[in-house]
Design a protein around this ligand. Structure first.
Ligand SMILES: [Zn+2]
Length: 230
């Protein structure tokens, strides 16, 4: 009881604020106030025909569908939250985003009867620098809600180069096999996987990863991302 009073007292002095609108959070709210949570710019891409994220992987028949949590707007809530995760060391928000996303698409994921989640890997030097891979945190959050297992270390990033900038599209595609690699091929053969990334912008990165997984014998690939500008 005293502990509870003490906690209430402290939260009066130092209230935790909503990461989006800075209003003081109340009990039951976590990182985001209920009002902002309700106003998340959800995409509903998985109910759209055609699905803009499936289209970025046109030509790869293994890509059967795609889920995206929020629209990526400049200075919008998705950008703010992902910035916390990627540049401010806030790993808690990474897992939380995955849990919210998992709740959003749980019914669809259950119906697909997927085998596992694979996070899009970072190169090991980049992961070491950041302390974690944000896509792994998101995958962990989805796992918390759906019970799907996360396969880590099966797909690895072999080189640390930018895929998004400076290079032409043709050159990007020529690099497919050298950017990602499947380490343990037997573990993915015939599997239905959710390939998870934090943001899909051009789609080059996740398409490359999907290409390598497809060549490795995966049967069905679904994209999952927290935000996309598509
Ligand atoms: Zn808010």
């Amino acid at each position: 009881m005293i502990k509870k009073y003490w906690k209430d007292f402290l939260s009066l002095l130092y209230p935790e604020l909503c990461y989006n609108c800075d209003v003081a959070l109340v009990e039951g709210e976590d990182k985001i106030c209920l009002r902002c949570y309700r106003d998340f710019p959800l995409t509903n891409y998985h109910e759209s025909e055609p699905n803009p994220l499936v289209q970025i992987a046109a030509g790869n028949e293994k890509v059967k569908g795609a889920f995206c949590y929020m629209k990526f707007n400049k200075h919008g809530v998705a950008q703010k939250l992902l910035h916390e995760v990627k540049y401010k060391g806030n790993s808690t928000i990474g897992v939380l985003l995955g849990e919210w996303f998992g709740k959003y698409i749980k019914r669809e994921l259950d119906a697909l009867e997927l085998d596992a989640i694979i996070p899009v890997p970072l190169h090991k030097s980049k992961k070491r620098k950041r302390g974690y891979n944000q896509s792994e945190l998101i995958a962990k959050g989805i796992q918390n809600v759906t019970g799907l297992k996360v396969m880590e270390g099966v797909l690895i990033r072999t080189r640390n180069v930018s895929t998004q900038t400076k290079k032409g599209k043709v050159e990007r595609w020529q690099n497919v096999d050298s950017l990602y690699q499947v380490v343990n091929k037997e573990s993915i053969i015939g599997k239905k996987l959710l390939l998870v990334d934090d943001v899909i912008t051009t789609g080059a990165t996740i398409s490359m990863a999907a290409e390598v997984l497809g060549n490795g014998g995966v049967s069905d690939i679904y994209f999952g991302c927290i935000a996309s500008g598509k």
